[in-house]
Design a protein around this ligand. Structure first.
Ligand code: GLC
Length: 562
């Protein structure tokens, strides 16, 4: 079906390209081998030049880093690894000067076990108001069995037993993730209040929005019933990974009321309703259907939700076409923008993922002893996929390093792995470290220019040198220059607010026209098949993800035409 364009002056978040900065791995200014906020600030001109509208920064809060900062000990402070609050202020100010908006990561489902609230809960004992902020329960039977059979997303049980202040074995607390990440009790009004206040704290500092971590987890079925499934973070996808039965810990109706409250709060920061002043919420919610996901973006809730259905689509013409169409339909049904994403800090980088045989279930990391992706094929498909993605109407998310075509690090030694999923599954799951390896900026510098030090917190593979920014800058045909061109043309042609009209150019071809009401259309073609495809008469090439062969579009290549 055909999808209508938006007015040119549509709010920024309906079409923004948002670049995810993983703070540990972007740029290290102080030389300790871990990225930091001054490092990010120093590289903001690079991002402005790349042409992104906003950045989303993964958690930078005070944290023991048991889950790379997704275990927050203080929501109102910066971890010393990354700097301090004045560094955050400087980052926000500089970004705004450069016309780049700043979205930060909010982790409301759980705190760190080092958070003052959890420490107080441990000290106060059963029945106390301090314990009511978390999900404490007595064990089953004689108390030695966990309250129910839930498993942690990272493997192992979802309950841990505490030792009471008097030294006796005591209650159990729920943690859907690591045991250092106790789940908050969102049925407690004090928790609701606290997060409203945290939102205000950062809105007052000038942030433009929040990416909401595991947004579908906050409310649990009050009965906490047993559930015979593994609480995985996957949806859609292919074969085995298709996962349509959610457990009693996900997507409960009560979560929506929380976000309605947040939306009212954010809207109060824009009393005149000026679209340029909108502050936004984006849901991270891994749900089985687009319809369930888009319920988080109804008019009085969040602005956006990540489109993991697109990310997980197998690289086949029918699958990709179907997921694009279904995404647009589901978004239109609630009046929200679609989002698009191919990589983030939780999944195998798409330059590697797309180099696995089509139909491979999405792996949680790739280890040295596992089947390796085809790097050449993966990069070719990744460039084609991104070129397709950035031509689609809606908002798109990029993950730091993908603009370099960075592959996953698939040969990290186990000894350096930090992902709790690796440790909690005793290595059965490789985990997410391979997509979190620090960025290469300069090929001929220590740590490839990541920082002044020789070492980075995760070792970079030698092959990252050829992907370094300085090797690609100004080099025709490089992945970095491809991204720059795509972002510039996307803006010039207003593709983010364009309409979409499908074209039929053959069974192995995905093709559409993207046009604003009054603009000249851009024709976009991805060839999935072996047969080269002729370009429609009278068109000229704006940009191509690969090389044309005698004017024909080869396999796994996307072209934009005017
Ligand atoms: C989200 C984050 C992930 C984290 C988990 C627990 O899925 O993206 O990195 O481990 O939540 O906070």
């Amino acid at each position: 079906m055909t999808h209508n364009p938006l007015p040119h002056e549509a709010p920024w978040w309906r079409h923004a390209v948002i670049y995810q900065v993983y703070p540990r791995s972007f740029a290290d200014q102080d030389g300790d081998g871990v990225g930091d906020l001054p490092g990010i600030t120093s590289r903001l001109p690079y991002l402005a030049e790349l042409g992104v509208d906003a950045i989303w920064i993964s958690p930078f809060y005070r944290s023991p880093m048991a889950d790379a900062g997704y275990d927050v000990a203080d929501y109102r402070d910066i971890d010393p690894l990354f700097g301090d609050l004045s560094d955050a202020d400087a980052l926000i100010a500089r970004a705004h000067e450069l016309g780049v908006r700043v979205v930060i990561d909010l982790v409301p489902n759980h705190t760190s076990d080092q958070h003052a609230w959890f420490q107080a809960a441990l000290a106060a004992g059963p029945g106390s108001p301090e314990r009511e902020r978390y999900v404490f329960r007595p064990g089953r039977g004689d108390g030695t069995e966990p309250p129910n059979n839930w498993e942690s997303v990272f493997g192992g049980g979802a309950w841990t037993r505490v030792t009471e202040p008097d030294g006796t074995p005591g209650q159990w607390y729920l943690h859907l993730f690591d045991d250092t990440q106790p789940d908050l009790n969102w049925d407690n009004p004090e928790v609701v209040e606290e997060f409203q206040d945290v939102l205000r704290f950062w809105l007052d500092r000038g942030v433009d929005g929040f990416r909401v971590d595991v947004a579908h987890a906050l409310i649990k079925d009050p009965e906490l019933p047993d559930w015979h499934g593994r609480a995985v973070m996957a949806n859609g996808g292919d074969g085995e990974t298709a996962h349509t039965h959610l457990g009693p810990m996900w997507d409960q109706e009560g979560v929506h009321e929380i976000y309605r409250g947040w939306r009212r709060l954010l809207d109060s920061y824009n009393p005149t309703g000026d679209p340029a002043q909108d502050r936004i919420l984006c849901a991270e919610a891994w749900l089985p259907t687009q319809e369930r996901t888009m319920r988080y973006t109804r008019a009085d809730e969040m602005h956006q939700a990540f489109n993991f259905h697109f990310l997980q689509s197998p690289w086949r013409v029918d699958d990709v076409t179907e997921v694009v169409e279904a995404s647009l339909v589901a978004a239109e049904a609630v009046g929200a923008p679609t989002t698009w994403v191919l990589s983030n800090h939780d999944v195998v980088r798409h330059a590697s993922r797309l180099g696995l045989p089509v139909g491979t279930p999405r792996p949680n990391g790739i280890g040295a002893l596992e089947p390796q992706p085809n790097a050449v094929l993966g990069l070719r498909r990744a460039r084609a996929a991104t070129t397709l993605m950035l031509a689609l109407p809606g908002s798109a998310y990029l993950y730091n390093g993908e603009e370099l075509g960075l592959p996953e690090h698939t040969a990290l030694p186990d000894a350096v792995r930090q992902d709790p999923a690796f440790h909690r599954t005793a290595g059965e799951e490789t985990g997410r470290d391979g997509c979190r390896v620090p960025m290469p900026w300069t090929a001929a510098a220590p740590s490839f220019g990541f920082g002044p030090g020789e070492e980075s917190w995760l070792p970079q593979p030698d092959l990252y040198g050829v992907f370094a920014v300085d090797r690609q800058q100004g080099v025709e045909g490089s992945t970095l220059e491809l991204y720059r061109t795509l972002l510039r043309l996307r803006r010039e042609h207003d593709l983010g607010v364009g309409g979409l009209e499908w074209l039929d150019l053959g069974p192995e071809v995905l093709a559409f026209r993207n046009a604003r009401g009054d603009g000249t259309p851009v024709t976009v073609i991805t060839n999935f098949g072996e047969e080269p495809v002729a370009l429609p008469e009278g068109t000229s090439v704006l940009v191509c993800s690969g090389r044309l062969h005698e004017g024909m579009l080869g396999q796994d290549t996307t072209v934009w035409l005017s």
